[in-house]
Design a protein around this ligand. Structure first.
Ligand SMILES: [Zn+2]
Length: 451
């Protein structure tokens, strides 16, 4: 039997006393994290041999022997925290080697410290099952020293708990458990049609099906609906921030220097909380919508094609253009327009959608094929004749010399469908259009599907 790993996140409902104890544990892990970081920094700067993971664990054992507070923490948990410091430095050295902006690992304030983890099931933590009807669910988390904490949440499967993380975000506690699950338990029913979709900002998905029909899925635009509310709120925040600046003797338009903080009164605090609440509501709605959408896609279609999306590149800020005639002054670079588009792109979070689609397609045994955008150029390429028809960003219609006229998104979706069904044989570019093709779990004959 094959096994896969899956995560389930539960919401925790600690009592007042338990919440206080969770906070204490969080603070201790945060201190351990920062202490390890400091020690690493010290050794790195004095060029003494690397402070690797096992050296950190040894150091922690030493610290534990004379700190009663650290002794109260689970020893393996501390190792998980040490692992995070190691990972932060690994990433730093990797960026350094690659010549990217290195970004030295930062000390974390308690506010920014997400949580801590446990390595082995049964060591410091346990899940308590409860039978409801035919099924059993986990309804409490047992933590050494804290007792049983009620929890809520459910997965589609029953697995063996392996590791977990306790997370503190926006004032709530949650538990993320990694389970080992028999593969057959996560299997999904799969559809039998072929589809390719183009992803966009105005229309979220334009689906081109193998039977020639077209379907559009509108972008719910959670963020833009909330944008007006957010804007009004932001104005009130600005007014209050100006007042706060005046209170500490700054000019109303003064820019805060690094390390300088505004005094946050109760009103400002409440406003900040309101802004956070809108953002997190949007995030929850988006996640829920994407889960439903991707579940529907894999349940309806067996062969799904789309293009690779690099959201980080697409949402980059445009470079500043310096005026060659007046050094120090800048020409318009379209930053404002791009910012609006960026918001749209981030709003519909393509990478999240593709991530969900990826693992759900795997669970259904579906084939998900991702076209290399730079080779296939689905937006530019005519789906009828294969010729490249360059388009500006705002050009919504595809007009080809071959006589084909259709919507921009429709053309992209149909081009992707032809690529999915026929590969690159129908357009003679001489390049291998299957670059970036991700083979499905069990290779189905995609050519056999061509109609
Ligand atoms: Zn054409």
């Amino acid at each position: 039997m094959n096994f896969v790993q899956r995560k389930i996140t539960y919401r925790l409902y600690p009592s007042r006393t338990q919440a206080a104890l969770l906070h204490d544990t969080l603070a201790l892990h945060c201190r351990a994290y920062n202490a390890l970081l400091e020690e690493h920094q010290r050794r790195y700067e004095s060029k003494t041999p690397g402070f690797n993971f096992s050296a950190m664990c040894k150091e922690l054992t030493g610290w534990r022997s004379y700190s009663d507070a650290l002794k109260t923490l689970n020893a393996q948990s501390l190792q998980v925290t040490a692992k995070r410091v190691t990972l932060a430095f690994d990433a730093f050295f990797r960026r350094l080697a690659a010549g990217d902006e290195p970004g030295y690992p930062r000390f974390k304030s308690l506010k920014r410290f997400a949580g801590w983890g446990f390595k082995t099931y049964g060591d410091g933590w346990k899940l308590r099952p409860k039978l409801t009807g035919k099924h059993f669910i986990y309804d409490r988390l047992y933590l050494t020293g804290l007792g049983d904490i009620p929890l809520r949440g459910q997965g589609r499967f029953i697995g063996t708990p392996k590791t977990c993380e306790i997370l503190h975000q926006k004032g709530t506690w949650s538990l993320s458990v990694t389970f080992t699950v028999p593969e057959h338990q996560v299997m999904r029913a799969s559809g039998d049609q072929a589809v390719a979709f183009d992803w966009g900002v105005t229309t979220l998905l334009t689906l081109a099906k193998a039977d020639g029909s077209l379907q559009e899925i509108e972008n719910p635009r959670w963020l833009s609906n909330q944008l007006a509310a957010l804007k009004a709120l932001q104005r009130t925040v600005s007014v209050e921030e100006v007042k706060a600046k005046v209170r500490i003797g700054l000019a109303p338009d003064a820019v805060l220097v690094k390390g300088q903080r505004l005094p946050v009164n109760a009103r400002l605090k409440r406003l900040y909380a309101q802004v956070r609440a809108i953002h997190s509501k949007v995030a929850r709605q988006r996640k829920d919508f994407y889960h439903k959408l991707t579940a529907w896609l894999v349940a309806t279609f067996a062969f799904i094609g789309t293009e690779e999306l690099a959201a980080t590149k697409m949402t980059k800020r445009p470079k500043a253009k310096e005026d060659p005639e007046k050094p120090g002054e800048f020409l318009p670079n379209g930053a404002q327009k791009k910012a609006g588009l960026n918001r749209g792109i981030l709003d519909s979070a393509p990478s999240m959608l593709l991530g969900m689609l990826g693992y759900k397609a795997e669970e259904a045994g579906n084939a998900l094929a991702l076209a290399n955008t730079r080779v296939i150029k689905p937006t530019q390429r005519c789906h009828v004749c294969g010729a490249l028809v360059p388009k500006e960003l705002g050009e919504r219609v595809h007009r080809c010399a071959c006589g084909c006229t259709c919507g921009r998104d429709e053309n992209a979706a149909r081009t992707l469908l032809r690529w999915l069904l026929e590969g690159s044989s129908w357009f003679a570019s001489g390049t291998d259009a299957r670059v970036g093709f991700r083979p499905p779990l069990e290779t189905p004959s995609i050519a056999a599907l061509a109609v």
